[in-house]
Ligand binder design. Sequence first.
Ligand code: UD1
Length: 326
Amino acid sequence: MPEETPSPRRVLVTGGAGFIGSHTVDQLLAQGDEVLVVDSLATGKIENLDSASAFSSFRFEQLDVARSDAFCRTTEAFRPHAIIHLAALVSVQESIQNPALNFERNVLATQSVIDAAQRCQVENVVFASSAAIYGDNPDLPLKESAEKRPLSPYGGAKLASEALLLAAANTYHFTVTANRYFNVYGPRQDPKSPYSGVMSIFLDRFTQGIAPTVFGDGAQTRDFINVQDVARMNVLAASSTLPGFHAFNVCTGKATSLLDIIDVLREHFPNVPETTFKEARAGDIIHSLGSPESARGKLGFRAQVSLNEGLAHYLQTTTSVTSQLP
Ligand code: UD1
């Protein structure tokens, strides 16, 4: 007899006030789970949890996950069935400028999650990994087994975390899913830094009537996946019963160029001035594309939101927020 999933489940989400985290929290609450968010608010925003805070099954604690003892105490008090570990230093550029901070937030924090999971016998751990671990591997579409060539301390830390989690899964026998996100986009993504996700920057510019800047010729492609799909994969993985460690690409398997995105945005904003082209960024990858086959075969996960639908919804949300501004 397959083991019954207890309902409601208690799920601890680190980094739950962030872009991907808050969407994951919304989906967990909607399906009836009890959720505790642990977030230092270093980059996460409490406003991202506005809809979550309407649920009586939702709790929030401001805490840095890398503070191992405190995090263990919090985990012990909540006794989660699953931990979804999304808290991280998310900027590749910042990881290059401050590798020690990257180590603390992206490696030590993972060890802290492992310690807590082991001590509290958490059955299931989900980890936010990244396509950054593949670096510029040209063997597209990238399968999970592709050679890992991280090109930044950020990519290195994600790979190191996967190794720690693999060893922990083998040692302590819990289920671990490492989700390797490709280019995630959608509402609540912060467009403020020049190194923010390109989609958030383009949307921000188009809605303000400013021409987008393309680094290179715009023919570079990415595997863009909507944050709703990414959150769904996190939720699915949190109740995975696959034993041991599994890593999955979280992607669509479809390549889209920057020029394609600009074409779609121009349909919505025909009066925005012509695109500005600048020299390609040093170290920029031309093409990135993932194979979604493994996640489909083993977890039944398939991205559902098309780029057109995802962009239209993102635009609706962004313009309704912009129109509320004084
Ligand atoms: C993304 C991730 C990064 C990860 C990498 C590897 C983000 C923000 N970055 O980088 O963490 O290491 O995948 O998988 O998710 N661009 C413009 N104009 C702009 C901004 C960007 O032309 O205003 C270009 C960039 O030069 C690049 C492309 O758009 O060619 C995508 O950029 P970006 O969204 O930063 O993502 P990645 O470079 O793929």
